[in-house]
Design a binder for this molecule. Sequence first.
Ligand code: URA
Length: 202
Amino acid sequence: RLQPGPVADLPASLGEAQVAAAHCRRCGLCEAATQTVWGDGDPDAGIMIVGEQPGDQEDLAGRPFVGPAGQVLKEAMAQAELGPVWLTNAVKHFKFRTTGKRRIHQAPNRGEIDHCRWWLDLERRFIKPRLTLALGATAAYALTGDASPLRARRGMVETARDGGPVLVTWHPSFTLRQSGQAAVQARAELVEDLTKLRAMQA
Ligand code: URA
């Protein structure tokens, strides 16, 4: 007679979700990455900021936004006078290729983003953000299901798959890849959007 197999319990808290995510094998990215990088910050802040995926430094540290992109983000948040937030990523493992000793970032593909959305959705159920900021196209796609280019969406408020408002802005790494006036403008637009997020909080 057939017996039901073991059914993994759904994590009952944010802490349980973090522990479960540390053992995730839903896609191949866990093979090469050092560890799962879960969200961090104030879980009661009411604001969730979602990036793409951990970078080299985040992969080693096990915390989001501790590298160069995080530095840009934190400076922009300070300029916008934005208070505590919950910081996380759409994809929770670092994807890279290796050249010599260097690990070069590679953008996650649609399948990897979709697999990892299981964790993002669960994280959102525990954090219950009133407002979400999507940094770049990967986060915007994961949150809204819309993969269209970012340029026409930057600064706009969209609706998350789970219903809440999502403000779309540049990824801080995008501002680092620009030079001259384009870099100045992208950085100013990031601060402008963070200021809008703060105003939406009120
Ligand atoms: N870029 C991201 O999208 N997230 C991080 O945590 C670091 C860099």
